[in-house]
Ligand binder design. Structure first.
Ligand SMILES: Clc1cnc2c(Nc3ccc(N4CCOCC4)cc3)nc(-c3cccnc3)cn12
Length: 273
């Protein structure tokens, strides 16, 4: 049952270290003074909102994010503002960025990869049944909780930390052909992105990575997909990736079929851990 919506203010929080900064502001660890509850506090500057004319997008994103309740979607508990800033009170993901894990281990085991793909698929299926589409599941928006469970932490403002790889900012790697070709896109773009992420979890690099954005663009629209010989991935994993990285968006494996795919059924830990 819903806790009473109380008015928050900056006085309620002790601000900790910055976690990262984005185009519109920064994210800090913070602690609610009375309960000692740890949260992430995202600060967005109003003059940036006016400058980029994103008031409505921000309002819509915040309403959506507050209404979503799913174990793999980061909670937005509430917000408040002062003269020049808007503060979002977010669930703190104790495990940090999934990217940090991927960078450390280069690539994930098939069990880990399948578990994260299942979590993402379940979160997306939840969003789609609530008619929330196009949660851009770019990797920089994927965080981990204290048990290593995946959390989609996006409401349209990906936060870039300094430690991010160069390719990350403004990369095309995760965009579906219909996006890069500026054609109308629907929620099937998320199915494509699941294929990109599955490949990157298993091989450590996105499938269409190239020296230049132009080459990445060419490889995406051609679906120039090949699997390296190292590290070895199972035939089922490659089958799933091949059934998602399909140019015709209507032919991509549905979220339901992903959950039932042999590679997922065999390898994923249903508890998401
Ligand atoms: Cl929103 C939100 C909720 N929780 C987080 C979070 N949590 C978090 C926890 C732990 C560590 N570690 C750093 C290495 O040592 C281990 C702990 C990093 C981030 N990070 C970011 C973030 C991270 C990077 C850039 N921009 C934002 C956003 N977050």
């Amino acid at each position: 049952q819903e806790s009473p919506k109380r008015e928050w203010s900056l006085r309620d929080f002790e601000i900790g270290k910055p976690l990262g900064k984005g185009k519109f502001g920064r994210v800090y660890v913070a602690r609610e003074a009375k309960s000692k509850y740890i949260v992430a506090l995202k600060v967005i500057f109003k003059e940036q909102i006016e400058k980029y004319k994103i008031q409505h997008q921000l309002r819509r994103e915040m309403e959506i994010q507050t209404s979503l309740r799913h174990p793999n979607i980061l909670r937005l508990y509430g917000w408040f503002h002062d003269d020049e800033r808007i503060f979002l009170i977010l669930e703190y993901a104790h495990g940090g960025e999934l990217y940090g894990l991927l960078r450390k281990t280069n690539y994930l085991s098939e069990k880990q990869a399948a578990t994260y793909i299942l979590s993402l698929t379940q979160a997306l299926a939840y969003c789609h049944e609530k008619n929330v589409i196009h949660r851009d599941i770019k990797p920089e928006n994927l965080l981990l909780d204290h048990e290593g469970r995946l959390k989609i932490a996006d409401f349209g403002w990906s936060v870039q930390s300094r430690s991010k790889r160069q390719t990350m900012c403004g990369t095309l790697d995760y965009l579906a052909p219909e996006m890069v070709e500026n054609r109308p896109h629907d929620y099937a773009v998320d199915n494509w992105t699941l294929g990109i992420l599955c490949y990157e979890f298993l091989y450590g690099v996105p499938p269409f990575e190239a020296e230049s954005q132009t080459d990445t663009f060419r490889r995406i629209i051609k679906v120039d997909l090949s699997f390296p010989s190292e590290p070895q991935a199972s035939a089922e994993a490659k089958h799933l990736i091949t059934r998602l990285l399909v140019k015709d968006s209507s032919k991509r494996l549905s979220l339901q079929r992903i959950m039932e795919h042999p590679w997922i059924v065999k390898n994923a830990d249903p508890s998401g851990g």
